[in-house]
Ligand binder design. Structure first.
Ligand code: SAM
Length: 223
């Protein structure tokens, strides 16, 4: 069996019981180093781990797909929840396996941000730039989210479309300078938060950061 499992935003409190159960019974666990670190205490002593890097991920995934086809239980661990900004890796896993695989949801960094920043998902759209390929359609979509008076929760792209680049792009495209923005770093770990107006965002942040742009007129105040 092979499962793709979301392991939460970083700390142990936010890993689901099901993820722990799967990981602690696995023959093989695969993931990027940062994500493997989150779950290392749950590994059996004889579980084999495979570290993915962007360069070697395709060949590593082919290798682990062979182990899965030999009958081993393989868990591919994902940051947060697979279903937000995780599908490019999921697609690579499925391509290597030759079939669809089961996904197990986790707690996303976007959910932690929503809780810290008190944001209602109903009034919010989610967008990731953390992807390979052309991000132009996603940039356009972000403009339309804000023009539709919705909050945007945004995963930047390290390191060529980070929060300050996103702010600059939006201002160049006529978005109101007074949108309230928050950039959260290292949620659930050594957290920090920058808050200010869109026009004032020119700081650098690490790759473990997620951004909120609030709509100008909160729907709740229109009731
Ligand atoms: C490939 S995306 C995966 C997102 C993940 N699937 C999720 O649901 O949180 C990785 C990006 O998510 C954001 N991220 C993940 N965990 C985070 C955390 N604990 N604090 C802030 N941002 C985080 C960062 O922008 C990071 O570069």
């Amino acid at each position: 069996m092979i499962y793709c499992v979301g392991v939460g935003p970083g700390d142990k409190k936010h890993i689901t019981n099901y993820a722990v159960e799967l990981i602690s019974n696995a023959d093989v666990v695969v993931g990027f180093e940062y994500v493997l670190k989150i779950i290392e205490t749950y590994l059996k002593s004889n579980t084999k781990t495979y570290v993915l890097t962007y360069k070697i991920q395709v060949s590593k995934l082919e290798e682990i797909a062979r182990l899965h086809h030999q009958g081993l239980t393989v868990i591919v661990v994902f940051m947060g929840d697979i279903h937000f900004s995780g599908f490019q890796l999921l697609e690579r896993v499925e391509l290597a396996c030759g079939h669809n695989v089961e996904t197990v949801p986790g707690i996303s960094s976007s959910q932690i941000l929503a809780s810290r920043a008190r944001v209602c998902f109903d009034e919010t759209s989610f967008i990731t730039f953390h992807r390979r390929g052309n991000i132009e359609p996603f940039k356009k979509h972000l403009i339309s989210i804000l023009n539709d008076n919705r909050n945007a929760i945004i995963i930047p792209r390290p390191f060529d479309f980070m929060p300050k680049d996103i702010a600059c792009f939006l201002l160049d495209n006529g978005i109101d300078t007074t949108h309230q923005v928050e950039v959260w770093e290292n949620l659930t770990q050594a957290e920090s938060c920058w808050t200010g107006f869109l026009k004032d965002l020119n700081q650098d942040f690490s790759d473990i950061s997620i951004m909120l742009i609030r709509c100008l007129v909160p729907i709740v105040s229109q009731l």
